[in-house]
Design a protein around this ligand. Structure first.
Ligand code: HEC
Length: 230
């Protein structure tokens, strides 16, 4: 291979590798991996149940973009239910349980943050949420009292009381609690960015198109320059 050709191929490889390098560079502390799949409507649905039955006792989800949620009838959310989720309407549909953040607020010294965009707002996203929910442990240094130590929370001392009961679960429950934590992480990922599935699907075609375009342009360049003596 001529050096020039080598440069062209190397350049192409670099351009193609860049997006993957960007994806790989997630960084951050060693969070647990949540394995969420926002294309799995059943998982989202189970996550919705955990969210409404457990998390909404303290957290709100005021900023869910309800048009986009209603676009997915499989999730089973009517306009009414999304209004309730957003706190725009009193809870009557039976789809959302009627614990209100106001009722439970705030014996914990800190306001439970709104979770509509938490996955987008925190480094590690779904992995962070999953890790927090399954990160309640005994403080290895024995300084932070049980129930307020969380392996993955910055500073380790968290004001949220262990919502899934992770700290005193027995072995038999581990899988169930892990599944709940994953499901709710998937739900929060979904509401944070409901259109990502379409985007991923489109993204594949864009990548294929770019690769084909690169090949075509390379062949064209060879054709145009073939009669020129170097
Ligand atoms: C009993 C009230 C309560 C319940 C129930 C609860 N939370 Fe929390 N949550 C809190 C409080 C209070 C904080 C603030 C913690 C802090 O800043 O120290 C918090 C913080 C969080 C954070 C960390 C936010 C950050 O700033 O990084 C996440 C993530 C979270 N909650 C998710 C959940 C999920 C998911 C559920 C349902 C499975 C849930 N919470 C249930 C009270 C609660």
């Amino acid at each position: 291979m001529k050096f020039k050709h080598f440069l062209t191929v190397a350049g192409m490889a670099l351009v193609l590798a860049l997006p993957f390098a960007a994806l790989a560079n997630e960084g951050g502390a060693a969070l647990k991996h949540a394995e969420v799949n926002t294309a799995d409507r059943d998982q989202i649905n189970r996550g919705l149940t955990v969210f409404t039955e457990v998390c909404m006792g303290c957290h709100s989800a005021k900023y869910v973009t309800y048009k986009s949620l209603i676009d997915y009838p499989e999730i089973g959310l009517t306009r009414e239910a999304v209004d309730e989720l957003r706190g725009d309407k009193p809870i009557t549909s039976g789809l959302i349980s009627d614990l209100s953040p106001e009722d439970a607020t705030v014996s914990y010294g800190k306001v439970p943050p709104d979770l509509s965009l938490i996955v987008n707002a925190r480094r590690g996203g779904a992995n962070y949420v999953y890790s927090i929910l399954t990160g309640f442990e005994k403080d290895p240094d024995g300084k932070i009292p049980d129930g307020t130590f969380n392996e993955y929370f910055p500073g380790h001392r968290i004001a949220m009381p262990d919502p899934l009961g992770w700290l005193d679960h027995d072995e038999a429950d581990t899988a169930v609690l892990e599944a709940q934590a994953k499901d709710v992480a998937a739900f929060l990922t979904f509401i944070g960015d409901p259109h990502q599935n379409e985007r991923h699907a489109i993204g594949k075609y864009v990548m294929i198109f770019l690769i084909l375009l690169t090949i075509v342009l390379y062949l064209l360049k060879k054709e145009v320059w073939k009669d020129i003596k170097h």
